[in-house]
Design a protein around this ligand. Structure first.
Ligand code: DGY
Length: 324
């Protein structure tokens, strides 16, 4: 009998075609998120699940899925999956790194530019019929070219952002638990510094770390106070890396000049304080949202799910220790 796979939400069709080659697919083909009780019910007879960052694969949910062998998450981040709980049960967890690196770096840079140069505000101004004439001080923003960029986390996406910043003549600082290999530092001309130093000396700070216990609220009151009053914070990683209430207070008090945010602490809710501020640019978690990239992410997750169920090694396991 073919193994059964639950696909929790609408995906690009390539994923379904890949799964159907070897599996019976239980496809919840809508954009709605399955509530935990419905998710548990649909997982009862599933050996595999292809899920998204909106699905909470908690220890409780995993405990209620007796036949589960693989959780394939359509995202590079996997903070929605309780990996230790899956590992304890011998369940393979996979994710989709690599394919979204450049698109996410593009979006990061777009957000940085849009915030510095006040692009959404300028467009609202024009569409609102308020444009009377060219003025010397109309909608002036901050320089980007030549300003210092601080990159928190120099993994795949952090490095891709750094390459773009080189084209803008930006001196680069980065913080990370360990310095990057010398060849990378040389290529990017990036200097490894402690987070506090990075915050003090950067005109732009961009976050590229995964969400874990040790990175939750990595940027809170103390860190925001260290930033330059003229600085802009950009976040395209995960919302809870930033203490959102502290960010709102810092922006309201003028402790930093602005923020460009693609991710939020309680998605899809956005802190009302952020919505009220003119100097922030807010996007609905679209870092990797290009059709080719999202198609590849869906196909990658489906391919890895099917591979595990065929008894093969998946391309991107998060917990390779369960593969033996
Ligand atoms: C991810 O992959 O983790 C992003 O947040 C969605 O592309």
């Amino acid at each position: 009998m073919k193994p059964r796979v639950l696909v929790t939400r609408h995906v690009y069709p390539a994923a379904i075609a890949i799964l159907q080659e070897d599996c019976t697919v239980d496809y919840h083909a809508t954009h709605d998120v399955l509530a935990p009780d419905r998710l548990v019910r649909r997982l009862q007879h599933a050996q595999g699940v292809v899920c998204q960052l909106t699905d909470a694969l908690t220890a409780d949910v995993i405990a209620e899925a007796p036949q589960l062998k693989v959780i394939a998450n359509i995202a590079v981040g996997y903070d929605n999956v309780d990996v230790p709980a899956a590992t304890a049960r011998g369940i393979v967890v996979t994710h989709t790194p690599g394919v979204l690196t450049e698109a996410t770096a593009d979006l990061t840079f777009a957000l940085l530019l849009a915030t510095a140069r006040r692009l959404p505000e300028a467009e609202r101004f024009l569409r609102g019929g308020r444009w009377q004439r060219w003025d010397v001080d109309l909608l002036c923003g901050a320089d980007v070219h030549g300003r210092t960029l601080g990159i928190v986390g120099l993994g795949r996406i952090g490095q891709a952002v750094a390459r773009r910043a080189r084209g803008f003549g930006m001196p680069l600082l980065y913080s990370a638990p360990r310095p990057a290999p010398e060849a990378i530092e040389r290529e990017l001309q990036a200097r490894h510094v402690p987070l506090d130093t990075l915050l003090q000396h950067s005109d732009f700070v961009t976050l590229h770390v995964p969400l874990r216990d040790d990175t939750r609220h990595l940027i809170s009151v103390e860190q925001l106070c260290r930033m330059r009053r003229s600085a802009i914070l950009v976040n395209t990683s995960r919302g809870p890396i930033v203490d959102e209430a502290a960010l709102v207070a810092a922006l309201e008090e003028g402790l930093l000049a602005g923020a460009g945010l693609d991710v939020f602490e309680h998605e899809p809710q956005v802190h009302p304080g952020l919505l009220a501020l003119p100097n922030v640019v807010l996007l609905p978690h679209v870092g990797s949202a290009t059709v080719p990239v999202r198609t590849r992410m869906c196909a990658l997750a489906a391919g890895d799910c099917a591979a595990v169920l065929r008894g093969e090694r998946p391309a991107h396991p998060v917990n390779p220790e369960v593969l033996g």
